[in-house]
Design a protein around this ligand. Structure first.
Ligand SMILES: [Ca+2]
Ligand SMILES: [Ca+2]
Length: 168
């Protein structure tokens, strides 16, 4: 199916579709199962979570498993792009995609003292606000995971990259 045709059939934006095709290409299985061609872009169910993750979807483990069940009902072990498009890609984009806008909102929410940097104190205050009292070293680990340049602070660019994979 051509891209234009896909856009009108599935009602997704061209950029979303193009991105999806790109990611399916990257994660495509090397070995083609019987009856499946390269153009179908089969992705192993084991890699499907990583693919969605890298695209900036936030799904719980349970949501992922039920999605895989739905997309691979016969337990063939792979998911092809057109099947994904026909069965829930669009709602998933609408519902679970962390957009740049959302990332910005969350970042501003976490940056409690509004100095454009999320520090350990900011994180602790945010957690407290949500009623989560976490040990210091745990919060520090969270920060480290996002802090690419190692200055012990999270700037917006680092946060955007972590949540959406977008490079500012
Ligand atoms: Ca701050
Ligand atoms: Ca940093």
């Amino acid at each position: 199916m051509e891209l234009d045709e896909m856009i009108s059939t599935f009602g997704m934006s061209e950029s979303d579709l193009t991105e999806l095709v790109e990611y399916f290409n990257v994660y495509r299985m090397d070995y083609m199962p019987h009856g499946v061609s390269k153009e179908d872009l089969p992705v192993s169910v084991d890699n499907f979570g990583a693919l969605l993750d890298e695209m900036g979807f936030s799904l719980t483990e349970a949501e992922l498993l039920s999605l895989i069940d739905q997309l691979d009902p016969n337990k063939l072990g792979y998911i092809i792009l057109s099947h994904f498009l026909m069965n829930g890609a669009k709602p998933l984009f609408d519902k679970c995609r962390i957009t740049e806008e959302t990332a910005k909102e969350v970042f501003n929410l976490m940056d409690q003292d509004r100095d454009k940097m999320v520090t350990l104190d900011d994180l602790k205050r945010t957690m407290k606000m949500f009623g989560e009292e976490l040990p210091n070293n745990y919060v520090r680990e969270m920060l480290k995971e996002v802090d690419i340049d190692g200055d012990d602070m999270i700037c917006y660019g680092e946060f955007l990259f972590f949540t959406t994979g977008i490079v500012e």
